[in-house]
Design a protein. Structure first.
Length: 255
C-alpha cells in the first residue's frame, strides 16, 4: 500500500511498531546470550571447579595418610601424645576422603558428566578399596610397636597400589582442569560473539529507525506540501479571505 494513501496516525504507528519490534528482538537476543553465558559460568564455577577441588582433596587425603603412617612407624612408644595426634589425623583424613568421593559420585550422576570421568572415579574407588585394608594393617602394626612389619607393609604391599591410586586421582584432577579451561575459552568466545552481534543489531536498529523516520516525514511533508505549521497558517489566512498568501513548496512538489 502507498504511504500517501495512509492516515498519518497509521504511518506513525507503523514506524513506532517497527522500532518496537527491533528493540524487542535485541532484548530477546541479549537475554538468550546472557542465559548461555550464565550456563557456562555455572559449568565453570559450580561444577568443574567444585569437581576439581574434590579431586584435589582426594589427592591430599592420600598424601596425608601416607605421612601419618610414616610418622606412626617412626614414633617411639613414649611419644603417646604424638601417636594420638597422628592416629586422629589418619582417621580424619580417611573420613574426608570418603566424603569427597561420595560428593563426586553424586555430582557425576549429572547427565553432562563424561564417561571418562565416571570410569576414572570408579577406578579410584576400586584402588581405594584395595589400599584401605593395607593402610589399616600398617597402622595397627605401628600402634602395636611392630615397626619393621608396618614398614614392610607400607613399602612392599601398599606402595604399588597407592601409586596407581595417586595416578588415577591426579588424572581426574587434570581432566577437570582441562574441562574448565575448555569451558572458559568457550565462554569467552561466546561473549566476544555476543558483543559483536549486539553492536551489529544496535547499529541496524538505529539505521532502520532513522530510515523509517525519514520515509514517514517525507511522505507527510509531500502530502501537505510543506511543514504542517506553515500549511496550517496558509489555510487559516485563506479562510479569512487573504488570497495573497504565498505557499512555498519543495522542488518537484506537485501537491
Amino acid at each position: 500500500m502507498n504511504l500517501s494513501q495512509m492516515k498519518v496516525a497509521t504511518r506513525l504507528g507503523i514506524g513506532f511498531s517497527l522500532i518496537s519490534c527491533l528493540l524487542v528482538a535485541v532484548t530477546i537476543f541479549a537475554l538468550y546470550r546472557m542465559a548461555q553465558l550464565e550456563s557456562s559460568m555455572v559449568e565453570i564455577t559450580d561444577i568443574n571447579a567444585v569437581e576439581a577441588g574434590l579431586a584435589n582433596q582426594l589427592d591430599h587425603t592420600i598424601s596425608n595418610r601416607a605421612l601419618a603412617l610414616r610418622n606412626l612407624i617412626l614414633l617411639q612408644a613414649d611419644q603417646q601424645d604424638q601417636i594420638a595426634i597422628e592416629t586422629t589425623r589418619f582417621d580424619k583424613e580417611t573420613q574426608t576422603y570418603e566424603d569427597a568421593r561420595a560428593k563426586l559420585a553424586t555430582m557425576f550422576q549429572n547427565p553432562q558428566t563424561t564417561p571418562e570421568e565416571r570410569a576414572l572415579l570408579d577406578q579410584i574407588r576400586q584402588q581405594g578399596e584395595l589400599s584401605l585394608p593395607l593402610m589399616m594393617k600398617a597402622k595397627e602394626l605401628a600402634l602395636a610397636g611392630q615397626r619393621e612389619a608396618a614398614y614392610h607393609v607400607l613399602r612392599a604391599d601398599l606402595r604399588p597400589v597407592q601409586a596407581k591410586w595417586w595416578k588415577l586421582v591426579r588424572e581426574l584432577r587434570e581432566l577437570e582442569r582441562q574441562q574448565n579451561d575448555i569451558e572458559t575459552a568457550s565462554a569467552k568466545q561466546l561473549y566476544d560473539m555476543s558483543r559483536t552481534l549486539m553492536i551489529g543489531l544496535t547499529v541496524l536498529a538505529v539505521v532502520l529507525s532513522i530510515a523509517s523516520a525519514l520515509i514517514i516525514t517525507r511522505s507527510v511533508l509531500k502530502q501537505l506540501g510543506g511543514e504542517p505549521a506553515a500549511a496550517a497558517e496558509a489555510a487559516n489566512r485563506v479562510a479569512t479571505g487573504d488570497l495573497t498568501v504565498r505557499v512555498v513548496t519543495q522542488p518537484g512538489d506537485d501537491a
